[in-house]
Ligand binder design. Structure first.
Ligand code: FAD
Length: 561
């Protein structure tokens, strides 16, 4: 590559703008042309739901950079409203067309970076082309949703798809005062989460007045006597407008037409330097197929952090640095009204699909010392390798502090730490911020106890099988009276030493308490007295989350509607 290469970038938002800025910081002499099909560059697409909600009051706050400010700071040739329509790979030229004038230009490149992103999926349903069926990807889409809200007054909105964007949008529309129906094909929200971990989000949605329809899918949109969504299997939901949030598809048309190889996921195949099958063409962001961290398998993981890092790496490689992109863990966080869900690595369902052996534990600690005001409980699920305790994934749901714990675990996972290392982590603590034994340490203790054989665990699904052991609730009689697992007997942990004779020695005892800790204490005690025992990790609280996720009614009508 010459010392003053001509770098052409397609797509001017997360990956593209990062590549451009990094390239300029590394080379004052490079010629950098940035093409963007839309009118805006470097805008905060992650902030769109929050402007719809009104939380980010001013639209202009979403414009992290304008074409002018980007050009001024980084000496870029920014061409907005200009779509790259073809790549002449042999001549190393892109053909760009102005979206309004139709004027075409040819732009030669030494290196080309593709960061075209992913487009919202629009399934081919009858009525999907009705102007009242919207999607959310860019500022224009956001403006259309705001206009639809304005038109209908305090009307009714339907959101199809309860992934991250659908959830954020459902909240935003509720905050605007609309009646919101959220339709999800699966039997739980947030497909990427394990069902019991997304159950608290479902409770929160219903509590906040969202009409949540699980296990339901939109089959058509109908404009007759008013506008409505028709559900598969019957049922009609009248609404003023609908927003389809059923996932995204990588924008690979340009790459495919240029003969670039696509991978098995349909994304643009790249190596670990973001290089495509064509020398001098790089692909980054949502359109690029990367490796998933745990399995090493090809994957599409559309997140802003990875897109930014990949853009940076592509620029570095183009300008002669030996940079490498390692893999994507899928570390993500989502706010659903007053609840937060976050995760890193693979969930239980994904591990099963990949055939990766795992163990799992649950803890329900508070985000900070319980005696300091405002402590909020979270549920933290840790998935780890049965042999060496390598961290495979973590999910957490709760209020404050969920993001911090998953971030710590994401770093631990990236660094190749095991659950034994989590026991040793020294994390900051004062009562307003945490506990002397941080939730991450707690998860490490519990997981390490399992791997060291200090305690054996039982799983709720075993109860469906024949000949299970005797269920023993080691909470207090008062707690037991408020609800317990059907068939359990109560033997409070603090009375166990005096009541050993009442427990059978010829049957295995399946212990549980509220969150798992008293059950563990009881398990240690009883084991040392010669009983055969196992404990339920996460206790009765986890049991109710799983039971709730299994029995969640398909339609949760909003009270008073
Ligand atoms: P984009 O940022 O989408 O940029 C691609 C750009 O390329 C587009 O502007 C497009 O117009 C342009 N383009 C495409 N083809 C051409 C062409 N042929 N010629 C010229 N220009 C072209 N991720 C998170 O990690 N956290 C979040 O909280 C989060 N929230 C989100 C909320 C919403 C509503 C949305 C839509 C996304 C969110 N994401 C979030 C995902 C994140 O925004 C994307 O992963 C990231 O923007 C991908 O970067 P990219 O550069 O690949 O694509």
């Amino acid at each position: 590559m010459s010392p003053a290469p001509r770098i052409v970038i397609v797509g001017g938002v997360a990956g593209g703008a990062s590549a451009a800025a990094r390239a300029r910081r590394l080379s004052e002499s490079a010629g950098i042309v940035l093409f963007e099909r839309g009118p805006d560059v470097s805008f905060a697409n992650c902030g769109l739901p929050y402007h719809i909600a009104g939380t980010i009051a001013e639209r202009k706050r979403l414009l992290v950079q304008t074409p002018e400010s980007l050009s001024a700071r980084f000496d870029l040739d920014v061409r907005v409203d200009t779509e790259v329509v073809a790549i002449d790979v042999a001549a190393k030229v892109v053909i760009a067309r102005h979206t309004r004038t139709g004027k075409e230009t040819r732009e030669p490149y030494d290196a080309l970076v593709l960061s075209p992103g992913a487009a919202p999926a629009r399934p081919p349903l009858p009525g999907i082309d009705d102007p009242r069926v919207l999607t959310l990807r860019n500022l224009g889409d956001m403006d259309a949703i705001l206009a639809a809200i304005g038109r209908g007054g305090l009307g009714r909105a339907l959101v199809a798809g309860a992934g991250y964007i659908g959830l954020e949008l459902a909240e935003a529309l509720r905050q605007r005062g609309l009646q919101v129906t959220l339709v999800e094909r699966l039997d739980h929200v947030l497909a990427i989460a394990d069902p019991e971990m997304s159950f608290p989000l479902q409770e929160e949605l219903v509590r906040q007045g969202v009409d949540l329809r699980l296990g339901a899918s939109v089959a058509a949109f109908e404009a007759g006597d008013g506008f409505s969504a028709v559900l598969a299997g019957g049922g009609r939901i009248p609404c003023d407008f609908a927003v389809v949030c059923v996932g995204v598809r990588p924008e690979t048309g340009l790459a495919r037409a240029a003969g670039l190889e696509l991978g098995p996921t349909g994304g643009i195949r790249v190596d670990d330097q973001m290089r495509t099958s064509q020398p001098d063409i790089y692909a980054v962001g949502d359109a690029a197929e990367i490796r998933e961290f745990v399995s090493g398998e090809p994957a599409l993981i559309p997140l802003a952090g990875p897109a930014n890092r990949q853009g940076r790496i592509a620029a570095e490689v183009i300008l002669g640095r030996d940079s490498h992109y390692r893999a994507t863990q899928g570390t993500a966080v989502c706010k659903v009204f007053d609840r937060t869900f976050a995760m890193t690595g693979l969930g239980e369902a994904a591990l099963r699909r990949q055939g990766i052996p795992f163990r799992k534990i649950y803890v329900h600690p508070a985000d900070h010392a319980g005696y300091y005001p405002g402590a909020e409980a979270m549920t933290l699920k840790l998935l780890f390798a049965p042999g060496d305790g390598r961290i495979l994934g973590a999910q957490a749901v709760g209020g404050a502090g969920v993001d911090k714990r998953i971030d710590v675990l994401a770093v631990a996972q990236r660094a190749g730490l095991s659950v034994f290392d989590l026991e040793d982590l020294e994390l900051c603590y004062a009562p307003p911020y945490g506990s002397a034994k941080d939730p991450v340490n707690m998860a490490g203790f519990v997981a390490a106890n399992v791997l060291r054989g200090d305690v054996e665990l039982w799983e709720p699904e075993e109860l469906a099988g024949p000949g299970t052991g005797m269920l023993v609730d080691v909470r207090t009689f008062q707690e037991f009276a408020k609800g317990s697992i059907p068939g359990a007997v109560c033997a409070p942990v603090d009375e166990l030493r005096d009541r050993l004779d009442e427990l059978p020695r010829d049957r295995e005892l399946l212990l549980f308490c509220q969150v798992g800790l008293r059950g563990y204490v009881a398990a240690r005690l009883l084991t040392q007295h010669g009983f055969r025992v196992r404990n339920l990790s996460g206790g009765y609280r986890r049991y109710t989350m799983e039971a709730g996720a299994r029995t969640q009614p398909l339609a949760c009508e909003t009270p008073g509607r």
